[in-house]
Design a protein around this ligand. Structure first.
Ligand SMILES: [Zn+2]
Ligand SMILES: [Zn+2]
Length: 154
């Protein structure tokens, strides 16, 4: 496995050194803002399985709070503004790689679409293929198990 990614201008480069935990698509208003687009792609990773190859000391972060009140640390390239990771204030908690920053996105296959209550109205989703939630899913562990069984080679 050799999965690399980075920011748009190229000063930040990282590598995923372990297996991803899950991928979902989020249509919440915060993800529309942070991506400047229709939705966010969150590749859940153990933080110790994300290794920076270049530019780690250049990264900047900005803290906000999620629905549950917990701190969400948004990490980005200060030069080009590409969002790289969403984490928390704990170094051991699972993080979300903003998966559009991967060099090869061809293998990305989400298990779920969440926060569909705020999805752009023209986004068409095959509800037979994906788990769909109007808001936050209650049980992320079930989604992790399903994603891992559908992506055994990743
Ligand atoms: Zn950059
Ligand atoms: Zn979101």
């Amino acid at each position: 496995m050799n999965k690399t990614g980075g920011c748009q201008c190229g000063i930040i480069k990282y590598e995923l050194t372990g297996a991803p935990i899950m991928l979902y698509i989020c249509h919440c208003k915060d993800c529309q803002k942070q991506s400047s687009s229709a939705f966010g792609m969150s590749l859940r990773m153990n933080p110790h399985d994300v290794a920076f190859i270049q530019g780690e000391d250049r990264l900047k972060s900005w803290d906000t709070r999620g629905e549950d009140g917990a701190i969400k640390r948004c990490v980005f390239c200060p030069d080009c503004g590409t969002r790289i990771i969403h984490g928390s204030d704990s170094p051991d908690e699972v993080v979300s790689i903003k998966a559009g920053s991967l060099d090869d996105t061809s293998w990305l296959d989400p298990v779920a679409h969440i926060w569909l209550q705020s999805a752009q109205p023209w986004v068409a989703i095959d509800r037979d293929q994906y788990r769909c939630f109007d808001r936050e899913p209650e049980d992320e562990n079930a989604l992790r198990k399903q994603w891992q069984s559908q992506n055994p080679m990743i």
